[in-house]
Design a protein around this ligand. Sequence first.
Ligand code: 13P
Ligand code: SF4
Length: 333
Amino acid sequence: MTAINLNLTGVDLRGEIDRLRRERNAVILAHYYQKPELQDLADYVGDSLDLSRRAAATDADVIAFCGVRFMAETAKILSPDKVVVLPDMDAGCSLEDSCPPDQFAAFRRQHPDAIALTYINCSTEVKALSDIIVTSSSAETILAQIPASRPIIFGPDRNLGGYLQRKTGRELILWPGVCIVHEAFSETELLKLKALHPGAPVAAHPECPAVILDHADYVGSTRGILEFARAMPGDTLIVATEPHIIHQMEKAMPAKRFIGAPGADGNCNCNICPYMALNTMEKLYVALRDLTPRIEIEEGLRLRAKQSLDAMLAMASATVGQGDVGSARVTGD
Ligand code: 13P
Ligand code: SF4
């Protein structure tokens, strides 16, 4: 565990973070699942694909990544000369944990003819063992570019993989991983909420299980869900993904109402990502001050992982500036 002694009483955290950002020529990247105060001070807030592109393109000397470890590792793989800090090195991901590299390598050996299309929510080692990385906003565009005759392994998220299978009709050999946050949504509670708000659409992340996606009017990445919220004609949206994204929605669309979909008891905090929640203003300040915890990746491993990420960035270009590759009412088709 990372033990950080944070006695920062009286420190103007926001002022100090701004000062250090300037002094260190740092860029602060944040995911939509971060606490509102971190989203509000970030230079860029985005989904996994946006943040990868930003990390590859920035001319900053330091990238402070307010997200989870696989995201910060992606930044380091793409920008090896930059210092990349993650406020809390324990900010992992249940999908990454579900896919140990040695087991994934054995899985690949069982399917020697298959191409490995792998969700970005995985370790650097698993990226290095994969052919092409995808994010939720690029998966379908990339999948469409794989010849129909080629078998495909898809890991580690069986829900995103299942969604892609239903949407495209393409058979995928699935790794059985899940996101604990998206698995926690309750169909029963969602149906009760829909009955309370008749006519309100449901937007869901494809990491949700099929029983939730079956009730969604829109399925897509975090960025895609935000764009759906902007474009929808009504004034109320039920949001089935990590609820911190609602902060961006409320800022951009104060006249609309956004309701987080419920977890099992209808009132739990089980849809807050416990890994994302480890990052705080205090830890970001310390990370910028001390340039630690720092992401370091052995060069041979980095280069192998970079190949599959470069393939993603090249093949995902069709999604630049577009709404998303998610869509309405695809599950159960
Ligand atoms: P997005 O790429 O849609 O932002 O998803 C990242 C993630 O970890 C969702 O749980
Ligand atoms: Fe991983 Fe799920 Fe958290 Fe996303 S929400 S970082 S997939 S545990």
